[in-house]
Design a protein around this ligand. Structure first.
Ligand code: SF4
Length: 145
């Protein structure tokens, strides 16, 4: 069940980023290309810095596709998360969210769509994914004792 919500949250988050990408492409294809590169690099960055330390990444990843992406990287020593891991993920997410804001304000429909899907994704993750995820090393995991 958490995988269903994990999939829904990934689809919502992806939709949000694609709406941001659309706003940038309308302004300039080059800006869109740059943001598209950021989305891909950010996804790989999160997979490498965060998911590679997840004990369930290849078996029960709540977000279905992010964990298996770690197969692209060399094996990392699985360990507890540190400040650097959390900081990198937060910076990447903030960068992806903040980057298209200036251009989204030129298109109110895309702006509303971006924030609606983003907030719904956050709600899904907080209410239904983190509560059932088996990555007990993660600070957001509600199964941590
Ligand atoms: S469960 Fe979370 S931390 Fe673990 S691989 Fe999936 S997305 Fe990454």
């Amino acid at each position: 069940m958490s995988r269903t919500h994990g999939l829904i949250s990934i689809l919502l988050f992806t939709t949000s980023l694609l709406l941001g990408l659309t706003a940038l492409i309308i302004e300039s294809p080059y800006l869109g290309l740059g943001y598209g590169f950021l989305i891909i690099a950010g996804t790989l960055g999160i997979s490498f810095f965060y998911c590679a330390k997840c004990p369930v990444r290849l078996t029960r990843c709540s977000h279905i596709i992010v964990g298996p992406l770690t197969r692209l990287f060399p094996e990392r020593q699985s360990d507890q998360y540190g400040k650097l891991d959390y900081t990198v993920v937060i910076v990447i997410l903030l960068f992806l969210i903040i980057s298209p804001q200036y251009w989204l304000w030129n298109n109110i429909t895309l702006l509303i769509g971006f924030w609606t899907t983003l907030l719904l994704a956050g709600l899904e993750i907080n209410r239904f994914v983190c509560t059932r995820c088996d990555n007990t090393r993660c600070i957001a995991c509600k199964k941590r004792t």
